[in-house]
Design a binder for this molecule. Structure first.
Ligand code: PEP
Ligand code: MN
Length: 268
C-alpha cells in the first residue's frame, strides 16, 4: 500500500485542520439573521463542531435567489464568533471583499465557481489568513492542485482543500462525490483535505453515509450544512441537517473514528 504523504496542519485560531484529530465544521448555507446563526453556533458547538460555516456573500445560480446578508452579515459573523468562541469560515467572491471580511472571518472559503478565478487566488495568497479551497465542479485533480499553488506562491501556506463533488452524467445526486480524490490527495499532497457531503449530494439522507465514508477514506474533516429549521432555510433547504440529524451523525462518527484510531477535535 502507498504510504500516506505527511499532512502539514493549518491552524485557524484554536482549531487545527489536518492534524491528528478529525475536524467538523458546521453551520447554515447562509447566515440569515443573528438569532439563526447564534442558535446554530451554540447547538453545533455543544454537539462537537469546532468551527462555524455560514455564507455572507452568496453566489447563486439564479439572480432571483437569496444572495446572502452581504455587508450586514459581517457584523453578525463577528459577534457570534466572539461570543460562542468558534472560528468562522465564509466564502469570498470578489477580491474587493477581502479587506472588509478580514475583520469578521477567520478563514476565507473559495467556492467551486471561483476555483479558476486566478485574480482572487493571487490576492488570497497575500491575505494573511487561511483559505479553504473548494474543488471546481469540473476541475481535474491537477487543476485543483495548481489553483492551490497560486495561493501558496503568494506566500500563504495555510491552504486547506475541500472536495465538494464534481459534475458527471449522474443527476440523481446534485454532484458526484469523488472520495478517491481524497484518498489520493492524502497519499500524494501535504495539504489537509476536508469533504463537503452537503453540496456533493444535495440530499439530506446521504449526508451521514457520505460523512462516514469520507472519514474512512482519510479526510481530515467535514464541512456540513446544519440549520435550526431546514424547511425554512433560505438556501439549500433539502441538504441541510436539523439538530437531531447532526447529533446522530456525530454519535456514529465518533464510533467510527474510535475504530480508525483518530480522535475527534474538540474545543476546550
Ligand atoms: C458553500 O459551501 O456555501 C457553497 C456555495 O459551496 P460550493 O461552492 O461548493 O457550491
Ligand atoms: Mn449551500
Amino acid at each position: 500500500m502507498t504510504q500516506p504523504s505527511p499532512t502539514r496542519p493549518v491552524t485557524v485560531g484554536p482549531v487545527t485542520l489536518g492534524g491528528p484529530a478529525f475536524t467538523v465544521i458546521a453551520g447554515p448555507c447562509a447566515i440569515e439573521s443573528a438569532e439563526q446563526f447564534s442558535l446554530i453556533a451554540e447547538k453545533t458547538r455543544s454537539l462537537g463542531a469546532v468551527m462555524l460555516r455560514g455564507g455572507i456573500f452568496k453566489l447563486r445560480t439564479s439572480p432571483d435567489s437569496f444572495q446572502g446578508l452581504g455587508n450586514n452579515g459581517l457584523a453578525v459573523a463577528r459577534e457570534i464568533r466572539d461570543r460562542v468562541g468558534m472560528p468562522v469560515v465564509s466564502e469570498v467572491v470578489d477580491p474587493r471583499q477581502i479587506e472588509v471580511m478580514c475583520e469578521a472571518v477567520d478563514m476565507f472559503q473559495v467556492g467551486t465557481r471561483n476555483m479558476y478565478n486566478y485574480a482572487l487566488l493571487k490576492e488570497l495568497g497575500l491575505a494573511g489568513k487561511p483559505v479553504l479551497l473548494k474543488r471546481g465542479f469540473s476541475a481535474r485533480l491537477e487543476e485543483w492542485m495548481l489553483a492551490a499553488e497560486y495561493i501558496l506562491r503568494g506566500g500563504n501556506q495555510d491552504v486547506v482543500l475541500c472536495e465538494r463533488g464534481i459534475r458527471t452524467f449522474e443527476v440523481a445526486t446534485r454532484n458526484t462525490l469523488d472520495l478517491s480524490a481524497v484518498a489520493l490527495i492524502k497519499q500524494t499532497f501535504e495539504l489537509p483535505v476536508l469533504v463537503d457531503p452537503s453540496h456533493a449530494t444535495g440530499l439530506r439522507s446521504l449526508i451521514e453515509p457520505m460523512s462516514l465514508a469520507a472519514a474512512a477514506a482519510g479526510a481530515d474533516g467535514l464541512l456540513l450544512e446544519v440549520h435550526n429549521d431546514p424547511a425554512a432555510a433560505l438556501s439549500d433547504s433539502e441538504q441541510s441537517l436539523d439538530f437531531e440529524d447532526f447529533s446522530g451523525l456525530m454519535d456514529r462518527l465518533k464510533k467510527l473514528l474510535g475504530g480508525l484510531n483518530r480522535p475527534l477535535h474538540i474545543l476546550p
